[in-house]
Design a binder for this molecule. Sequence first.
Ligand code: RB5
Length: 142
Amino acid sequence: MIGIGCDHGGIELKNTVIDYFEKNNIEYKDFGTYTTESCDYPVYGKKVANAVASGECEKGIVICGTGIGISITANKVKGIRCALCHDVFSAKATREHNDANMLAMGARVIGPGPAIEVVKAFLSTDFSGDERHVRRIAMIEE
Ligand code: RB5
């Protein structure tokens, strides 16, 4: 199950990602926001991050205008490693090296086509499991 959430700036891109999930039978839970009315990104960043941290969702995707505010929010939740990625290389690398459990994107930064490629890379890449990466990830939580 993938948790997804956004603020008003990210709603169009969130709907694009949800379309991709539905066409590809990817299970998801939409934590809102559900309208274009101005709202506060920390509310939605926290909802998705808490769902990932609790194990309700295996991974999370959060979207705001830049992706910055919502990624900062998600990373405040213990156990969350949220990577702000606007390219496929970073999305793949953050899974392999950081075992990132959340992806953030900025809807004002990336278009729908490249964003879906970033989502695909993020969801299809496994953590490398290399000792040095395991060690470094453990150090994040110290
Ligand atoms: C909302 O206007 C905007 O500040 C928000 O979507 C995000 O970019 C914050 O980091």
